[in-house]
Write a protein that binds this ligand. Structure first.
Ligand code: CO
Length: 136
């Protein structure tokens, strides 16, 4: 079951510049950088009032975000819903005909399992589902 809006992600070409915008100009709390090797992204999280802003950037200049930024430029990348049972929600949505970018969830930032629903199934919006599996 979907239980929260976990985060909203923005694809950024200059991570340091965008971090200083959210940290210094907007005054948000900065939780730090995390490398997500499965997705080849470098992510910066700014928690605010039960959700977070996530900045996503290619990890070491590689991965799918490189092509994404070349094709679409910087901007809103995805929204993420937190679920309390990702396997059940994936099965339920597959039954309804939703298409996913991968067959199975993989490991995401902050001890989560994540999977992305294809934008063509959601009015052009890339939607991530995550479940916290390691609440440290
Ligand atoms: Co995300």
């Amino acid at each position: 079951m979907i239980v929260a809006l976990d985060h909203i992600a923005i694809a950024v070409p200059d991570l340091d510049k965008s971090i200083s915008r959210f940290l210094e100009d907007f005054g948000l709390n900065y939780e730090g950088l995390e490398s997500v090797t499965a997705a080849k992204t470098s992510t910066a999280f700014f928690p605010i009032d039960g959700t977070s802003i996530e900045l996503v950037h290619p990890l070491d200049g590689e991965g799918p975000l490189v092509g994404y930024l070349e094709k679409y430029g910087p901007g809103l990348h995805h929204i993420c819903f937190r679920t309390d049972d990702i396997d059940a929600d994936v099965a339920r949505l597959k039954d309804k005909g939703y298409q996913f970018l991968t067959d199975e969830p993989s490991f995401g930032a902050h001890g989560t399992r994540v999977i992305f629903i294809h934008p063509r199934s959601c009015d052009g919006v890339l939607i991530e589902l995550n479940e916290v599996v390691n609440d440290e």
